[in-house]
Every structure is written in C-alpha cells, then in structure tokens.
Design a protein around this ligand. Sequence first.
Ligand SMILES: Nc1nc2c(ncn2[C@@H]2O[C@H](COP(=O)(O)OP(=O)(O)O)[C@@H](O)[C@H]2O)c(=O)[nH]1
Ligand SMILES: [Mg+2]
Length: 383
Amino acid sequence: MVQLFKYLLKSTKSPARAHFRPSFLDTLRLTVRGGHGGNGLPKYGGVGGQGGCVYFVAKEGLTLRKLAQNMKDKRVVASNGEDSSKVSIFGQRGVDQRIEVPVGVQIYDEQQKLLADLNEPDAKCIVAGGGTGGCTGNNFIGRPGAHRTVNLDLKLIADVGLVGFPNAGKSTFLKAISNAKPKIAAYPFTTIRPQIGTIEYSDLRSITVADLPGLIEGAHANFGMGHKFLKHIERTRLLLFMVDIFGFQLSPQHPHRDCLANIYALNKELELYDPTLLEKPCVLLLNKMDKEGAQDLLSKLKPSITNLESGLEHCPEEVRPSRVLKFEHILPISAKNSVRVTHVKKQLRQTLDELAAEHQLADTELIKHQLKQRVGVRGPKIT
Ligand SMILES: Nc1nc2c(ncn2[C@@H]2O[C@H](COP(=O)(O)OP(=O)(O)O)[C@@H](O)[C@H]2O)c(=O)[nH]1
Ligand SMILES: [Mg+2]
C-alpha cells in the first residue's frame, strides 16, 4: 500500500515551473554547523583539536542567486577537530568553511536577531563556531560545534535602479517623479552618488528610485565610475533604463550613438559585468520626446526597439550584446515637461506588485513541492 502511494505521489511530481522562479533573490536561508571538537587522550593529557568554524566574507560582484546555485542543499558544515593520539598530543584543528556572500547582506538567526551586517567588502563574521577539543576540563570529550539556521537578507538600496548614460535625463526624471532634489546640469557626470527619490502614491504606498552614478561604455572594465556604479545595480529589484531618443555622445573623441545603439551598449555593459543582471526585470524609458523630430525618430526605431533581437545585425560590433534585454514596458516620455510621468509611476508600481506576487507564488510552489517530496520519502500514515 505504501509503495502504491509512493508511486502515485511520484507520478504527480512535476518540476518547478520556470516562470514561477523569481529572477532575483533577496533572501536566502542556510543551515550552518561548526565542526565537532576532537577527543583528548586522557592517558597523556592530550587535547583534541577544535572543530572548524563556518564564517561568511562579503565580496563584491556576488548575488544571492549565484550563492544559492553553488549550494544546492543549503547546508554548510565545517570539518571536525582531530582526536589527540600517542603521536600527536594536540589534535589538529578542523578546517574552517569560508563562504563568500554579496556585500550588503545582513545575517539573522532563527529568532530574527541580527548577527552581522556585512556592509563592506571583506567584512567577516563567524556564524557557527567549532566545538572545543576534549581536555581535562571536559573529561577529554570534544564538544559539538554550533548548529543553527541563518537568514541572509540582501539590503536593497532602492526598489528601482535608474540606469542610463550621462545626459539621458535621469536626474530630471527623478525630480519629476519624486521628492528628491537632484543636481541637474547639461554636462556628463553630474550625478556622483546614488540619489534616492521616493514616489508616493495616494494610498500611502511608496516606491524608492535610485539614480545611480553615471554609467559609461567600458564601465565593466572599471572605466569612469564603473564598478562603483555597477555594484549598486545588484541591490535593486527592478531596472529602469533611460535613453535619450536622439542618442548620446560622451565626448567629441567618442562616436555619436543613436538611441538603439545606446540601448545595446547599456545591455552590453551589464552583460560584461555580470550576465545574471540581464535576468532582472526591466523597463525602458525613451526620453526627450518633446524635442522636434522625436516622434519621427520613434516611428523609425520602433520595430527594432520592440524587437531588439532583430536589430542586432546592424548593431556596431563593440556594443553588440550576446543576449538582449527583455523589457516589461517601453515608455516614451518627456522628463523635463513631466509628460507621461504619471503613466511611468503607474507602470512601475504595477510591475513591482506583479513581481511581489510572483515571489509569493514561487514560495508557495516551492513549499508544495517540498511537502510532496517529504510525503513521498516517509510515506503517508494510514490510520
Ligand atoms: N528637451 C528635453 N531635455 C531634457 C529632458 N530631460 C532632461 N533634459 C535635459 O537633458 C540634460 C541632462 O539632464 P540630466 O537630468 O542632468 O541627465 P542625467 O545625466 O541623466 O542625470 C539637462 O540639460 C536637462 O534639462 C526632456 O525630457 N526633454
Ligand atoms: Mg544626473
């Protein structure tokens, strides 16, 4: 009978559906265990080696998704201390487990107590200490290492990250949608630090938008403020790309790129820095639609912008991405005159709400899946 149930449950088990898998992870739960202390040798007063510990180190350029992918069973165990012996009175210490986590991660224990805030690169924290080795104080019996579940929460700098080359109108847009008062100038590199603005809705809900320091071509190789900029991108839920419909030229030495080439260039910069960034949900804003000739340009470019794949062959080689972004929405606006800005606010909120719903769905799917597996392993009780 149990076998029959097992068979039936197995046959209904379906793989987790890809579209239920959220593309961005901002929390991760791990079980960590320090190594057991080795035993001492009473006859010689020997001391067992201490168990290894598990510790986290913050590293830039990592995401929780990458971490989760590298750690399928979500368990980290450090090795045990060596027993002391006739030839080695002091047992060897167990080997520590070093786990690299993204910068900006906060670590909580089961009671939601904050254990550490790894806010800068190379910040470290021990999450499970190793057990003490056996010695006279504990009857020569090594102690078990700490064992606990920890939650890693990635602190987001904002819900939305505004991404675009200099002069696209990011600061102007941020000012138009929110209560931030960014510095606005007609020359590149006005934005030095991420400016965070808050969009407030009539039902008191609010969304934060970060205008990130100017991205330029070559940022992935740390040109301009490259990495400083790119590391912030990881810590937002949604990317809001912005391009000037008339294109952009960094300086007279650089080529003038039209709007489409700029979209590819932004795409390529992100891809070179970290291809998983392309999985983040994103929205595209085509700015400066108030200027003369903007509508004609838009009609000309529309087919390629809405199908980036199709325009790839005409894209200059140096900015050609190998995988194109998939925008949820493409919205022509005029940030300066606040035209269609309310529409953008509405779309941003809707997209974020949809994402949150997907996350929830993914969680319930996962729980259902795990429950099914558990029942499958133990077999249901028939009473
Ligand atoms: N005509 C027009 N100019 C704009 C618009 N948005 C921004 N600008 C101008 O573009 C220049 C750069 O804007 P800024 O917001 O500083 O761009 P950022 O470098 O992306 O932050 C400024 O001179 C703005 O006045 C727009 O919608 N229409
Ligand atoms: Mg700016």
